[in-house]
Design a protein around this ligand. Structure first.
Ligand code: ADP
Ligand code: ZN
Length: 616
């Protein structure tokens, strides 16, 4: 009999398991239940797919979303695995065909929607079929306290009585303890069967920019990512449309996506994105759940999300293939004010909690220490070193004695009678005759124009630091006017010094994408330096084959596979099989056209570069 590792290589084309995968697979092969908690992109699917291929009979996979099922079945078929789906959107002929195949024993993995699972006829079938295991994907849907509660999921426990022999495997990327408890109870999985992986996504680069000149900054960022897929999350429907239109005018293939669009339009946009026809989606949070696209290379938040859970889930949609991916968050005080308005509309009993969560989000955005440590700490993982792969780690903040600018700013706040906003204080210090300054006659204040040595951005930055340091507070209910706190007085009187962190001017160069991420568990990200020209040609070929076969390009090969191919430059079928993510089936199906392209490309290279180093 094959070992799990044989199947991993032969079918999926991977050399090694992630540590937790192997443990889960052994456990399930012993016939035991498991709850698997891994971040998005952590490799949950193999935890049930490999046991399903090794055991006799057929595995049932319950999944809440049609799109997700369709993608997984397509990906499995592309690897030559007998997978099929039964769901409520199929026409009767198609469903009948699938049922026949199941009865003939031709299906190894059957994906079912919960609605279909509890339809009347299904119980009869389930008693007949040799079910090897039951996998419950997106298992957090069982919990009323989760963000995607699905009432049908609460009935999944009933399956246990129907299928007493089959081990149950629940999988989710939500680590919340309450939700975990609900899953264990709902599916009667013993607590000792929990497998939890680190929630770190080391290939995601983390960066925050002040929310000024957002469009200009985004265009700088995109200038380095012309051919890459990405998502921009916006707060409102209108802004998704507005931004998509602006990006299109700049020559990008962008589209808006939000819940106000009709369902055919939404499907069209989503499909074109999966097929790399549209490269940029400007979306509200309605977009993303159920997107299995592995080559989303960057993700931007136009506005501050409401909490770190949402933020982390959203950025998790980038870089699922494990290659470096960039994330960018725009942040301004205005975002906080907007989010506060939403909180005011919320149920009173929840406001305090929502507010506390928003404050943690704000702390992340304003962080002066490694952002990944803050994120992981929030999810209960304490790491003892900085990541080296976030903007703070790359450009560590420098502190200086900021007493003088602090005094100027605090005094401006005092002289306006604590009626001015941070923006207005900055204008006063800079000596700008703005309409609202003239109207309030603040141009006559003693502090007017005493701070010309610093730029507007610098004043905004230091003002924010003074708020965070507790010297100033913001009266959100009074048009965000700044107020002095008791800590401000000793500074104004010259009795106390204020350390500030030096303002860092925006540097366009930093918009370039990260080439390599720190080593990810499970080995280095690249086997060799990929040739960018060859990579580009491989991408074009992949797109062409995808169109011919009517499947999304990443189902043929992931970006990571193409990168590895462009690094190894395989010349033979044997070498082609060594490429990351190339299994037996794909080597047969796609090997010839890719090898031909690589051969032609190599022939055109100057002498000496065709042969990669080492023996051949
Ligand atoms: P999840 O369901 O946890 O979000 P997936 O199961 O979709 O993640 O896996 C994410 C990506 O990582 C997929 O492209 C998958 O093929 C790949 N992957 C999973 N396990 C391994 C492994 N052991 N080695 C290499 N790649 C893997
Ligand atoms: Zn860091």
């Amino acid at each position: 009999m094959d070992s799990p590792r044989d199947v991993l290589k032969r079918v999926f084309g991977y050399d090694s398991f992630h540590p937790l995968q192997e443990r889960v697979i052994r456990h399930v092969l012993e016939g035991k239940d498991a709850l698997v908690l891994m971040p998005t992109g952590g490799g949950k699917s193999l935890c049930f797919q490999i046991p399903a291929l090794l055991k006799s009979g057929m595995a049932l996979v319950v999944s809440p979303l049609l799109a997700l099922m369709r993608d997984q079945v397509e990906a499995l078929k592309a690897n030559g695995v007998a997978a099929a789906t039964l769901n409520s959107s199929q026409d009767p002929d198609e469903a009948a065909g699938t049922l026949k195949a199941v009865y003939r024993g031709e299906v190894k993995l059957l994906y079912l929607s919960p609605e279909r699972l509890f339809s009347e006829t299904m119980e009869v079938h389930l008693r007949e079929w040799p079910i090897s295991l039951v996998a419950v994907d997106e298992a957090h849907c069982i919990s009323f306290w989760g963000h995607d509660f699905r009432p049908e999921y609460t009935r999944l426990g009933e399956l246990r009585a129907l299928l007493p022999q089959a081990p149950f495997l629940a999988l989710t990327a939500t680590a919340d303890p309450v939700i975990r408890r609900d899953i264990l109870q709902g599916l009667a999985i013993p607590p000792e069967a929990v497998f939890q992986d680190s929630f770190d996504r080391p290939n995601l680069h983390l960066a925050v920019l002040p929310g000024r000149k957002r469009l200009e900054r985004l265009l700088d960022f995109l200038a380095h990512r012309r051919n890459q897929s990405g998502i921009v999350y916006c707060l409102s429907r209108a802004s998704t449309e507005d931004l998509a239109a602006k990006l299109n005018r700049q020559g990008f293939r962008a589209a808006a996506y939000h819940a106000g669009m009709d369902s055919p339009s939404r499907h069209r946009v989503q499909d074109s994105f999966l097929r790399d026809e549209i490269l940029i989606i400007c979306a509200t949070i309605a977009f993303g759940m159920g997107i299995d696209k592995s080559n989303v290379r960057w993700l931007a938040h136009w506005n501050l999300p409401k909490n770190l859970e949402s933020f982390y889930q959203e950025i998790g949609r980038a870089g699922r293939d494990g290659l470096p991916a960039s994330t960018l968050l725009f942040y301004s005080y205005g975002d906080i004010i907007n989010q506060k308005k939403f909180i005011e509309d919320a149920d009173p009993s929840r406001r305090e909690l929502l507010d506390a969560k928003l404050m943690r989000m704000k702390e992340y955005a304003e962080a002066r220490s490694c952002r990944r440590r803050i994120l992981l700490g929030y999810f209960g993982e304490n790491v003892d070193r900085d990541c080296g792969f976030c903007d703070v780690c790359e450009t560590p903040p420098e502190t200086f004695d900021g007493t003088l600018p602090a005094q100027k700013l605090l005094s401006a706040v005092y002289r306006t009678g604590e009626q001015a906003t941070l923006r207005q204080c900055a204008l006063i210090l800079r000596g700008v005759h703005a309409p609202d300054i003239l109207q309030t006659r603040w141009e006559r204040l003693k502090t007017f124009a005493v701070g010309r040595e610093l730029s507007y951005e610098e004043w905004m930055e230091y003002g924010t630091q003074l708020v965070n340091g507790g010297y100033l507070s913001v009266a959100f209910d009074q048009k965000s006017a700044l107020r002095l706190t008791p800590l401000a007085w000793p500074v104004l009187k010259g009795e106390k010094k204020v350390p500030l962190t030096r303002f860092q001017a925006y540097d366009k160069k930093k918009a370039a994408p990260p080439e390599t991420a720190p080593a990810v568990t499970g080995g280095p990200l690249f086997t060799a330096q990929a040739d960018p020209d060859l990579f580009e040609r491989l991408r074009v070929l992949r797109k062409k084959l995808a169109e011919e076969n009517n499947i999304p390009p990443f189902v043929i090969f992931s970006d990571r596979t193409l990168k590895d191919m462009a690094g190894r430059v395989p010349g033979t079928t044997g070498e082609f099989r060594q490429v990351y993510g190339v299994g037996e089936f794909k080597a047969q199906a796609y090997g010839p056209p890719f090898l031909r392209l690589i051969q032609e490309w190599s022939d055109r290279q100057p002498d000496g570069t065709q042969d990669p180093p080492g023996e051949r």
